[in-house]
Design a protein around this ligand. Sequence first.
Ligand SMILES: *[C@@H]1O[C@H](CO)[C@@H](O)[C@H](O)[C@H]1NC(C)=O
Ligand SMILES: *[C@@H]1O[C@H](CO)[C@@H](O)[C@H](O)[C@H]1NC(C)=O
Ligand SMILES: *[C@@H]1O[C@H](CO)[C@@H](O)[C@H](O)[C@H]1NC(C)=O
Ligand SMILES: *[C@@H]1O[C@H](CO)[C@@H](O)[C@H](O)[C@H]1NC(C)=O
Length: 501
Amino acid sequence: MIISYFPKYVAVLALFVLSVSALDTFIAAVYEHAVILPNRTETPVSKEETLLLMSKNIDVLEKAIKLAARKGAHIIVTPEDGIYGWVFTRETIYPYLEDIPDPEVNWIPCRDPQRFGHTPVQERLSCLAKNNSIYVVANIGDKKPCSASDPQCPPDGRYQYNTDVVFDSEGRLVARYHKYNLFAPEIQFDFPKNSEFVTFDTPFGKFGIFTCFDIFSHEPAVVVVEEFQVDSVVYPTAWYNTLPLLSAVPFHSAWARAMGVNLLAANTHNTSMHMTGSGIYAPDAVKVYHYDMETESGQLMLSELKSWPRRETISPAAVDWSAYARAVKPFSSEQLNFPGMIYFDEFTFTELKRNAGNYTVCQKDLCCHLTYRMSEKRTDEVYALGAFDGLHTVEGQYYLQICTLLKCQTTELRTCGEPVGSAFTKFEEFSLSGTFGTSYVFPQILLSGSQLASETHYKVSRDGRLQSRGQTPLPVLVLALYGRVFERDPPRLGQGPGRRQ
Ligand SMILES: *[C@@H]1O[C@H](CO)[C@@H](O)[C@H](O)[C@H]1NC(C)=O
Ligand SMILES: *[C@@H]1O[C@H](CO)[C@@H](O)[C@H](O)[C@H]1NC(C)=O
Ligand SMILES: *[C@@H]1O[C@H](CO)[C@@H](O)[C@H](O)[C@H]1NC(C)=O
Ligand SMILES: *[C@@H]1O[C@H](CO)[C@@H](O)[C@H](O)[C@H]1NC(C)=O
């Protein structure tokens, strides 16, 4: 009798422990890491040399992990390419790779280091997680042998994957994610055959995971949020900022807000590559961010987040992104339009000639409307309203619909769309909207000096207008409604015609 009751008792107890240990909030940490890079080489170096270089990087990450744990963090995210960098060929990265097993094998490398061959990097990361009782998210390379019976097997007989790993606070491997949407220059890695939707459960919510360029995607980024209903996403990235529209902090924070999840984004740090911009973003606020083009140092950030943001916040009414724009008549069209390039895409622009006004500019199916008032129309600064509706085709393929108001680099109209860092013109009022054919629109506001506008200064109305709020005039660099039309994407963003498999 006693024996037959015993397991039931244990089960009840276990449930109880699980429910009391669930946390309403948790402390998240992200570390922006200035990666110590290997020397450029054409020929692969020895395994010993790769371990030496990786140890140097992990020594730096270890300090951040220990400090984060001491400050009470439950999870820490480190960047993509954070352990060996990004300058490789297929051959030269090979000695850096380890065979990473499927987490269902239930493995704590720190306790059982020999179980899957020689895996010193996984062992060390697992021990860091275990010894400091913290979830550790890192990005390393996976290798999987394949044979000629697999028609897609590369000629050298192995797949090489850009891979995120997660070790829980006991050091157990709980997640492995192979980056699906490789960025075009990542010639050292293979595309996985299928998109993986990787999630892991913690006492502080359900997590999803993907990497860098994946954030442009429907699979896995949107699917993991909408179908797998995660609360938070951990996001290692090696993102180089390109103004005006593709700067890490505004782009990532806009994604978290639009998707209604926490995003823990850890970027690499290298100012000559314009790599900086990490942060902890909640759906309703940017909790903390770091952007530093002055120094070559890393940076640890921590912030408290809600474990179940879906439960706790009254879910915001869905925005109908084209409601307002379709209802109004296009504003007068006395103005001349002109073309301008933003990151290889040809926008249609129109100049804002006065200190206040209403403008419409259209391209294909997208019409963008702007109502604005500046404090003064300066003679040394020119602003333009732009529209783009088309397939982006450089370094990946993805369909965009974008409305943007931006400062031109100089007073010459041909520089509209080119990067510029500072602005003096203050906007007292703005309202930007567009006839979008998608519900995935990511609003961004970037102020002079690449500063984010605080949430108190703007709002998104239910009918799809990005509007100023309050009286503070803002020195605007860029306003944008960045729309993604997933139905019009090719099957894989990183796989354009003429590219390697
Ligand atoms: C790169 O090469 C220099 C000069 O040979 C050497 O001093 C340095 O240690 C090397 N760095 C790495 C990471 O191997
Ligand atoms: C973890 O702790 C053990 C002893 O408790 C120690 O041998 C090991 O070096 C530590 N590892 C790390 C990565 O901190
Ligand atoms: C930044 O990256 C570039 C290109 O990969 C490299 O040449 C340079 O040494 C890096 N800078 C630092 C400080 O590591
Ligand atoms: C812009 O349009 C609104 C109504 O649509 C009008 O009230 C306002 O006066 C216009 N502003 C300018 C500067 O033309």
